[in-house]
Design a binder for this molecule. Structure first.
Ligand code: NAP
Length: 467
């Protein structure tokens, strides 16, 4: 019979849950502790997926089943690197999988990026989704014109949320504080700017189509024509590049003057490199450098020319991708923002680090959709399977002592029952205002729910006398 194994998974977003699922399937004698910095699980499914995309959130039904397995324990509100060091984790668990994603944003690194009303998409997305870290950010939506830099799905989400009438969002799980501000928004025009061409835009066609359907909003291509060169034509001829071909066709459909009484406008710009933001203390102008493309098909780089283009705007968002963050005790590739690894085995200077694994965005970088993480986590667990069947992977006993140390440190651990209470409360609050849930957006609120639930339970058991 195989040895009992203790595994720790750090992070409870899609890659974390898929890693737990793969571990449970592959190793009958494994028990898994899932650590999450926030009290709430689901990572970007809760705090990244746009509120008007409820279908994408249904994957939490799968995650709930995984979480409820007898072999899984949830430890919410426990930060690895703060409440528990990576070294302590390594001493206590045979297997440690890092799955905490890519929480940082990539900066445009241009002059003026720190002006008032210049933001990263990450902050805005976190804010409207009620992530506690971004709860108190302020977005000045009294501005009429916004620029969003980046042609990926996050930029699409940001543009849609900015332009969508607030009434379209009222029945979603958008955070109440954001809905209130969006309802008063004066934003009427969003310029969605890419540094390369229509054939290189990273929007999935489905998301791009969605941008054409925003009520009362005209979507148009700046300059009234889709311009692509011969290398782009070659790219579009590849059957595997169907998404790009569909995108180019969609963009072509957005050329021309457009008609109708729409009061809002979404304008796509191509071949523009962010140059600088200017303004008297706050954003007033976004200066771009026009680009040409150079290189072989699929390797075309944007080359800045001397020609400038200015977009007058009062708000700017950089939406040019995410980056992983390092945690002390784990090797980190600063340039790529990932943990160096071979198929999920963490490596230090090319040598595997015993017992450490990685999955998801922290492993491969911030690419792909939610489902991409399933195959990624299966690949990581495949490496673990090989390691556990070789004599190399040590068996460790310190798990119970480590868990006990959390209460000694007075860490308010949120377990599965606590989360179910928070969840039920959010749903009940949502029902009152015809939303699927009204999220708690402060950690203290969440912990209050958890502790009052524990108190009620203790009272029921007669351990605590009231009055
Ligand atoms: P992304 O898809 O990688 O797009 C990043 C965009 O930023 C690209 O257009 C890129 O242009 C541009 N960019 C990068 N560096 C730049 C720079 N220095 N200056 C100007 N532009 C720059 O990233 P994302 O939008 O953050 O999305 C992350 C992942 O989440 C993606 O896989 C996405 O599909 C996924 N996601 C999915 C959904 C959904 O399924 N509904 C929703 C949101 C996010 P280049 O191509 O030239 O590098």
């Amino acid at each position: 019979m195989s040895v009992a194994r203790h595994a720790a998974v750090v992070g409870s977003g899609p890659s974390g849950f898929y890693a737990v699922e793969a571990l449970l399937n592959a190793l009958p004698n494994v028990t898994v502790d899932m650590f999450e910095r926030l009290p709430t699980p689901y990572g970007l499914v809760r705090s990244g997926v746009a509120p008007d995309h409820p279908r994408l959130k249904q994957v939490t039904l799968v995650f709930d089943k995984i979480m409820q397995s007898e072999r899984v324990n949830y430890f919410g509100n426990v930060a690895i690197g703060q409440d528990i060091s990576v070294n302590s984790l390594r001493e206590a668990y045979d297997i440690v999988i890092f799955a905490y994603g890519a929480g940082d944003d990539r900066k445009m690194a241009i002059p003026g990026e720190d002006l008032v009303n210049s933001h990263s998409a990450t902050e805005f997305v976190g804010w409207y989704n009620g992530h506690p870290d971004f709860r108190d950010r302020v977005f000045d939506l009294s501005q009429e014109v916004a620029v969003v830099v980046g042609h990926g799905n996050v930029a699409a989400d940001v543009s849609r949320i900015l332009l969508q009438p607030a009434d379209e969002l009222r029945r979603t799980d958008i955070a109440a504080h954001a809905l209130e501000v969006l309802a008063e928004s004066k934003v009427r025009e969003v310029h969605l700017v890419g540094r390369r061409g229509p054939a290189q835009a990273k929007f999935t066609s489905r998301e791009l189509r969605g941008l054409r359907l925003i009520p009362n909003c005209l979507a148009a291509v700046h300059g009234d024509a889709v311009v692509i060169g011969s290398a782009c034509e070659k790219e579009l001829a590849y059957p595997s590049n169907l998404n790009a071909l569909q995108n180019v066709e969609l963009f072509r459909g957005l050329c021309g003057p457009g008609s109708g009484p729409q009061s809002r406008r979404l304008i796509f710009h191509f071949y523009l490199n962010p140059g600088r933001l200017e303004g008297d203390g706050r954003v007033e102008n976004f200066i771009f450098r026009k680009n040409t493309l150079d290189g072989e098909p699929f390797k075309q780089a944007a080359i800045a020319t001397d020609e400038l283009e200015t977009i007058k705007c009062g708000l700017a968002f950089g939406s040019i991708g995410y980056r992983g963050q390092p945690v002390e005790g784990v090797p980190f590739d600063v340039r790529r923002g990932v943990v160096p690894n071979w198929k999920g085995r963490v490596e230090s200077d090319g040598v595997p680090v015993e017992g450490l694994y990685v999955t998801g965005w922290l492993k491969r970088g911030p690419t792909g959709i939610i489902g991409t993480n399933r195959a990624d986590s299966i690949e990581t667990v495949q490496q673990i399977l090989e390691d556990v069947s070789s004599p190399g992977l040590k068996s460790r006993q310190g798990r119970d002592a480590l868990v006990a140390s959390l209460s000694r440190q007075r860490v308010s651990v949120v377990d599965l029952q606590d989360w179910l209470q928070i969840d039920a409360n959010e749903r009940a609050r949502g029902q009152e205002v015809s939303k699927p849930r009204e999220k708690f957006t402060r950690v203290t609120e969440m912990l209050d729910i958890a502790s009052s639930h524990r108190l009620r339970k203790a009272e029921k058991r007669g351990r605590v006398r009231v009055g």
